[in-house]
Design a protein around this ligand. Structure first.
Ligand code: HEM
Ligand code: HEM
Length: 148
């Protein structure tokens, strides 16, 4: 097995970056729209209305989240197992794999957690960790390439 087998094929590159970009930007735009709406909660300004964009952004985000799980499943044999067998695993690998798992678990929590207090914590974690995901991904890719 050659080292280049760890690289993504052309179609996988398109699907991976396409789906993860929609996932990331729908989450970040939701954060901006949601928080812009809550500025001025005390007193004038906020009228308790939710922007009509919010449900659409979450629908897009939820669909991209499901797509991202399919892509991560494709990566298990085509990328993760191969890189592991070639002993090309490195610390940022633990970070990217762990972060993807935590995003999926906290995403599940956002759907099904009944308690408002817990949901607020999960939402905060999911949002901060999600914003950090591209940075961890770039770290993973660069350190993986250095170890050829
Ligand atoms: C056991 C887990 C993993 C291992 C051992 C691993 C290892 C590696 C290595 C060695 C590279 C450098 C390849 C090269 O350019 O020569 C790499 C690149 C990359 N990894 Fe991973 N990885 C793992 C999991 C993941 C996960 C979960 C993701 C997605 C969230 C991911 C996304 C990427 C991407 C996008 C690249 C760049 C690929 C390219 O440009 O062709 N990896 N990985
Ligand atoms: C790429 C970075 C990501 C960012 C920036 C992000 C951001 C967000 C934000 C801001 C929310 C709304 C939080 C709330 O309702 O309080 C959300 C909801 C959600 N996210 Fe993410 N997320 C990301 C990745 C993921 C991933 C990888 C998954 C699962 C595989 C996921 C699954 C979900 C789910 C299921 C919801 C709930 C949707 C709903 O309530 O309709 N997210 N995300």
């Amino acid at each position: 097995m050659r080292g280049k087998d760890v690289r993504f094929s052309q179609w996988l590159n398109v699907w991976f970056y396409g789906v993860f970009s929609v996932l990331f930007f729908s989450g970040v735009i939701w954060l901006v729209v949601h928080n812009a709406g809550t500025v001025g909660t005390e007193g004038e300004g906020f009228d308790g209305q939710v922007s009509p964009l919010e449900p659409w952004l979450l629908k897009i985000h939820g669909a991209a989240a499901m797509g991202s799980l399919v892509i991560l499943g494709v990566l298990i044999p085509s990328h993760m197992q191969r890189a592991w067998q070639l002993k090309r695993n490195h610390f940022p690998t633990v970070a990217i794999v762990g972060l993807c798992l935590l995003m999926a678990i906290s995403g599940y929590g956002l759907y099904y957690c009944g308690s408002d207090a817990w949901r607020a914590w999960i939402s905060g974690f999911h949002s901060v960790a999600g914003c950090a995901l591209p940075l961890v991904l770039v770290w993973h890719i660069f350190s993986g390439r250095k170890r050829k």
